[in-house]
Ligand binder design. Structure first.
Ligand code: ZN
Length: 138
């Protein structure tokens, strides 16, 4: 069995931002030379997510509104977590949007359903954060 590991780094200019990382993950699959296997992609921070959905701006706006309704950023003092920090909302948003995705690799390619794309979801940005890509197979 072969295995491949790579860290992808992100530093968003906004506190919250969604980034399509599909092409970066595809490049990892190509470099791994694995034809049949599994590809795990996970955020390595508890205020960021990796998830799969459609790359459609209306939907991304809907995610922002939905998450802000569920866990508004402000007022910061609404969260017990925000004693020394102001990112209580980001922890909750990350939990809802998920930590990781696993995608099958078939014939050397990510085996997606229709319109599936991989996103990095940043909820407490403006600093360097990382995503792990781990691929196993043959
Ligand atoms: Zn925190």
């Amino acid at each position: 069995m072969k295995s491949f590991r790579k860290i992808l780094w992100f530093e968003t200019s906004n506190r919250r931002q969604l980034i399509n990382i599909t092409s970066l993950v595809e490049e990892c699959v190509k470099n791994s030379e694995i034809k049949e296997g599994l590809c795990l992609v996970n955020a390595m921070h508890i205020t960021a997510s990796v998830f799969i959905n459609d790359d459609e701006t209306g939907l991304h706006h809907d995610f922002e509104e939905w998450l802000e309704k569920l866990a508004p950023e402000k007022p910061h003092d609404r969260y017990r977590h925000n004693t020394y920090e102001d990112n209580g909302d980001a922890h909750l948003k990350r939990t809802i949007m998920g930590r990781e995705v696993v995608v099958a690799i078939t014939e050397g390619k990510l085996d997606f359903g229709p319109w599936e794309q991989i996103f990095y979801g940043e909820f407490d940005g403006k600093r360097r954060k990382k995503v792990l890509v781990k691929i196993i197979g043959e």
